[in-house]
Design a protein around this ligand. Structure first.
Ligand code: MN
Ligand code: MN
Length: 501
């Protein structure tokens, strides 16, 4: 018997809205969970997902993708990637797994909320596949690093990070809880799939797969490509939801959700991807600077997507673009200096050759960040490593949960953006972070940053040792300089040459 073509049955098969007889619609689809913003069901039925697939097609495809990724892993089991990779690359792997693996699990819950409470049948259908996608991503990214744990326990943080109070894990959880877990189905469609995934992760995964291949890590490259193809499908849940909101006069609310999600995604990407691209990636493997990457993908591509939908650019767009020049450089100094507080070994990425590259990509780098690194390098050359290690905690932003930092040196622009709210002073990295808080103070006001917890006496003894224990970083897990300071030698040689000449 011949099968009917998919397009002939798809619309009718997926149209699962009906008029309930035994319960009211508001009981089945409470506003709190749907976030429909008062747009009636008939309007949501105009939702038209651009990517259409059936369950048998989905399963067949995913099975092939899974067996592809797992067989590449098995085939390269003996490639000794751990032993032969640049330590900077291993740092990227570990930071990625710890920050992302269980984030995928959170994304699965978010997709599940859309699968149940999405107001449009097409949205529920796509989200059902999205939910299975995210489950697969969590499994893959827990399984792959697991085989490295016996050799290097920092890889255990793929699983462990989310269950700790390590500061980066707090930052990731705070953002993911906000955007994925504690929102309605419509909010999730806009914030997770449109802003976070279309805007940021899709690009991140494309770039990361290419970087992995370039670094010779084909296992990771195939893993990331396998995930990315899912992301580019389910990221399309948000666009048609936005079209419906805008067509029904809800542009203002939709815009606000988009702006908040972009603001939050930007901080995390800046921390993870910015430092990975411009410092941890070995110099010979760098294709683009983080700034060039952001300009191409976020300004070049995503900006168009926003405008085409009829949205405006976020009010902070120019300020964010301005931050492409410095914010991740500041974060890099932070993660290297506070290296005992992360679960991977941090590549400094500031050899003389790296600095020439940084100066070319970011004119003025040497007069600002370079000067601060000079102090660190002088101390390392003089054998005063202890002066390059932290004794205190930095001031942490009450929104991003990342230390407040910006440009050091002659163009100093580090500033706290405080806010008094009901007798408590909150501190923010920028107007953008503060604005997010002001959109919904009730949502954020009770959270304590790591430093708030320190001041409240939750961290005992109140010193770095106590903080490491609080963050659950065991000996053998705490970060150190990825190259065991070998890069400092190039400065010793350089200075020796200068003196000799
Ligand atoms: Mn995913
Ligand atoms: Mn996803």
């Amino acid at each position: 018997m011949a099968l009917i073509e998919r397009h002939e049955w798809y619309d009718i098969a997926r149209d699962t809205n009906w008029t309930p007889a035994y319960a009211s619609e508001s009981e089945i689809f409470p506003d709190l969970m749907t976030g429909a913003m008062g747009v009636p069901m008939e309007q949501w039925e105009h939702y038209d997902e651009p990517y259409k697939t059936s369950y048998p097609e989905y399963v067949k495809n995913q099975r092939e993708k899974d067996s592809g990724a797992y067989s590449v892993k098995a085939a390269l089991e003996r490639s000794r990637i751990l032993e032969s990779s640049d330590p900077g690359w291993l740092g990227i792997l570990k930071s990625h797994y710890g920050a992302i693996a269980l984030g995928e699990y959170a994304a699965m819950s978010a997709e599940a909320r859309m699968a149940r409470f999405g107001r449009a049948p097409g949205m529920r259908n796509m989200a059902t596949f999205g939910m299975m996608d995210e489950n697969r991503h969590a499994q893959l990214q827990l399984y792959f690093p697991h085989s490295y744990c016996a050799k290097d326990r920092q890889f255990d943080w793929a699983h462990k990070a989310y269950h700790t109070n390590e500061w980066g894990a707090i930052a990731a959880r705070h953002a993911f809880d906000d955007l994925f877990l504690s929102r309605s189905a419509t909010d999730i469609a806009v914030m997770l799939t449109f802003a976070f995934e279309t805007g940021f992760t899709n690009m991140q995964f494309l770039g990361l797969a290419a970087d992995a291949a370039e670094a010779g890590d084909y296992t990771f490259s195939s893993l990331i490509s396998s995930i990315q193809t899912d992301e580019s499908r389910h990221a399309q849940i948000g666009g048609p939801a936005l079209q419906i909101l805008i067509a029904n006069g809800r542009k203002e609310q939709a815009q606000k959700l988009v702006d908040i999600a972009i603001a939050r995604a930007w901080r995390l990407f800046c921390l993870l991807t910015g430092t990975a691209m411009d410092y941890a990636t070995p110099l010979q493997h760098r294709k683009q600077s983080f700034k060039e990457f952001m300009r191409e993908w976020i300004v070049g591509q995503f900006e168009r997507t926003l405008l085409d939908l009829g949205l405006d650019l976020p009010w902070f767009w120019d300020q964010m673009i301005n931050e492409f020049d410095y914010q991740h450089h500041a974060y890099q100094m932070g993660i290297w200096y506070w290296r005992p507080t992360v679960w991977w070994n941090v590549a400094a990425g500031v050899t003389p050759d790296c600095r020439d590259w940084l100066e070319e990509k970011y004119p003025g780098w040497n007069d600002t960040f370079g000067k601060a690194w000079d102090v660190i390098i002088d101390n390392l050359l003089a054998g005063r490593t202890e002066l390059t290690l932290p004794e205190t905690l930095p001031i942490v932003c009450n929104m991003s949960q990342i230390p407040i930092c910006a440009i050091p040196g002659e163009r100093w622009n580090v500033k706290d953006y405080p806010l008094e709210y009901r007798g408590r002073t909150y501190h923010f990295n920028s107007e953008i972070d503060r604005w997010v808080f002001q959109q919904d103070p009730l949502r954020y006001r009770d959270h304590l940053t790591l430093v708030d917890r320190f001041l409240a006496g939750h961290i005992q003894p109140p010193n770095l040792m106590g903080a490491l224990q609080y963050m659950n970083l065991a000996p053998g897990e705490t970060g150190d300089d990825a190259h065991q300071y070998a890069w400092v030698a190039s400065y010793r040689d350089k200075r020796y040459q200068k003196r000799a000449a």
